[in-house]
Write a new protein. Structure first.
Length: 152
């Protein structure tokens, strides 16, 4: 899968380790930064360009990381067409994609151990949107709001 990944200093180490493992598995990983640890950097500077790439279809899915995953999630969801969520359990990692077509997973570099994060990421990547009528109907309602809010 072609994936975008982005992190501030709070998610930097997690991004490094994750990217390494994803590439070893054959995924194409586009790294939107940060490219070095800078305690003064800001997650929107990396997460927004990555989310825009998801929105434009330049990458299939995105991974947004910061210290808690929360700031990254808030920023990602401001980008049209992005459906991002903080994922900390396996049920949501799968169902978020199957029911809600989650396309950006957010995680915290300071909140979970790497092996748990990795399992959740694999679950997210393995999952596919159901395409069920009720799921499409709900998403259409979200999309309608997104359109209504265009331009503010
Ligand atoms: C950075 O110190 C931290 O605030 C940021 O990574 C993130 O956790 C925000 O949600």
């Amino acid at each position: 899968m072609k994936l975008g990944i982005a992190a501030d200093h709070g998610g930097f180490e997690l991004k490094t380790e994750m990217s390494k493992r994803l590439r070893a598995l054959g995924h194409e990983v586009v790294d939107f930064g940060a490219h070095a640890i800078d305690p003064d950097d800001d997650y929107p500077d990396f997460v927004i360009p990555m989310s825009q790439a998801v929105s434009r279809g330049e990458v299939e899915r995105g991974i947004a990381l910061c210290g808690s995953g929360i700031g990254a999630c808030i920023a990602a969801n401001k980008v049209r067409g992005v459906r991002a969520c903080l994922i900390e359990d396996a049920y949501s990692a799968r169902q978020g994609v199957e029911h809600d077509n989650l396309n950006v997973v957010c995680m915290g570099g300071r909140t979970m151990g790497f092996e748990l994060v990795w399992q959740l990421l694999e679950t997210f990547l393995d999952a596919r949107f159901s395409g069920a009528e009720r799921h499409l109907r709900r998403l259409a309602k979200v999309l309608a709001l997104e359109k209504e809010c265009a331009g503010g």
